[in-house]
Write a protein that binds this ligand. Structure first.
Ligand SMILES: *Cc1c(COP(=O)(O)O)cnc(C)c1O
Length: 370
């Protein structure tokens, strides 16, 4: 059969293939364990699952045969109440991931650049490449704070179109102070602050979350999601808080039915049941603090302070890849990165107290390959 690869965009043909995650049931079969025995602490999912009200609303929804509202008006009204931002500044997507993709499609022409600050969430560089752009890396410092001077230098010498900042950052858990973001907002590019984990951050002093600044700065966009705090990762629902004159153009390129009806129904019910979900957030934060101390007490781990629902641990004595593999054999899944700067680290999501104890026990007994 003749090949048609010459018809494919050459920049896409040259991209590295994406390594997909193995579905849980496939992995369970491979390990010879029942699915219920797998302790899944590798993807920052919510161990308590969705709100029971969200599950009830999903079961009761009568209109799955009808296309969903392309403007997700009811959900945006509820999000306006939740975030304090007007509906004109809210756009929903199939996860925050879709908003990242939409923003880059709006901004990038082939060869345009974006500033990325690794180690961080991989989708910024991934979507930049898919859109024909190029990510310029300004690595974080050893404590995972931003190198503001270097970012300013790169921004003023390269005509980068945007910078992506996760705060709290994944995988480090580091929170960027509001003053630093306000400094970056002086630059001539779009500043995208990804607040996927902001509901887990302790910022009583109000110095951190920046959703309230959207609209005050023409170049600030904030990303949020229901995947982590509301336990809806499998339904794919996130949103962007965007200045009106950016949102206006996103509406032109968004697929009309990007957010399915089940996701809209579950997200609205979650917002209505947020006191319940906040109780779970409280449990996760308490467990994060307990686990941070317990992991730190192990002689071979250094644990970084985290404002999210996971902890990044540096293996100071032993082999991180081997620890990940050994845990997996026992049905305990954690995240390992084959990436510069993270090769000696594992990231563990915060589970239920029982799941966390299973992880601790496994780590206490582990042969760490010294
Ligand atoms: C998990 C995660 C997301 C993805 O959110 P979805 O709404 O599930 O697409 C976005 N940003 C960061 C930093 C994340 O860790």
């Amino acid at each position: 059969m003749p090949s048609i690869t010459h018809l494919i965009r050459p920049d896409i043909a040259d991209l590295e293939p994406y390594t997909p995650i193995v579905p849980l049931d496939v992995l369970a079969t491979r390990l010879g364990l029942p699915v219920e025995q797998i302790v899944k602490l590798d993807a920052n999912e919510n161990p308590y699952g969705p709100s029971p009200q969200a599950l009830a609303a999903l079961a009761a929804e009568p209109h799955y045969a009808i296309y969903p509202d392309p403007e997700h008006a009811a959900l945006r009204a509820a999000l306006s109440n939740y975030t304090g931002q007007p509906v004109e500044r809210i756009v929903c997507g199939a996860g925050a991931d879709e908003i990242i993709d939409l923003l880059l499609r709006l901004l990038l022409q082939p060869g345009d650049t974006v500033i990325d600050c690794p180690p961080t969430f991989g989708m910024y560089a991934f979507d930049t490449a898919v859109c024909g752009g190029r990510a310029i890396e300004v690595p974080r410092r050893t404590d995972f704070s931003l190198d503001l001077d270097m970012i300013e230098q790169v921004a003023t010498t390269t005509s980068a179109r945007a910078i992506f900042l996760a705060s709290p950052n994944n995988p480090s858990g580091h929170l960027t102070p509001r003053a630093e973001i306000e400094r970056l907002l002086q630059l001539p590019l779009l500043v995208v602050v990804d607040e996927a984990y902001i509901e887990f951050a302790d910022y009583a002093g109000q110095d951190y979350g920046v959703s309230g600044l959207v609209g005050q700065y023409a170049n600030l966009a904030v990303l949020r999601t229901f995947s982590k705090w509301a336990g809806l990762a499998g339904l794919r629902i996130g949103y962007g808080l965007l200045p009106e004159n950016l949102a206006e153009h996103i509406w032109k390129i968004k697929q009309p039915y990007n957010v399915n009806l089940a996701a809209q129904v579950a997200a609205q019910a979650s917002l209505a049941d947020r006191d319940y979900l906040r109780t779970n957030i409280g449990k996760i934060i308490a467990e994060r603090e307990r686990m941070s101390a317990a992991l730190h007490a192990l002689p071979f781990l250094h644990v970084y302070a985290s404002h999210a629902n996971f902890l990044l641990c540096r293996v100071t004595d032993g082999d991180a890849a081997r620890i990940k593999q050994t845990l997996e054999q026992q049905g305990v899944l954690v995240r390992y990165y084959r990436k510069a700067g993270l090769r000696d680290c594992i990231r563990v999501s915060i589970g239920t107290p029982q799941q966390n104890d299973t992880l601790l026990k496994a780590l206490q007994d582990i042969d760490r390959g010294r």
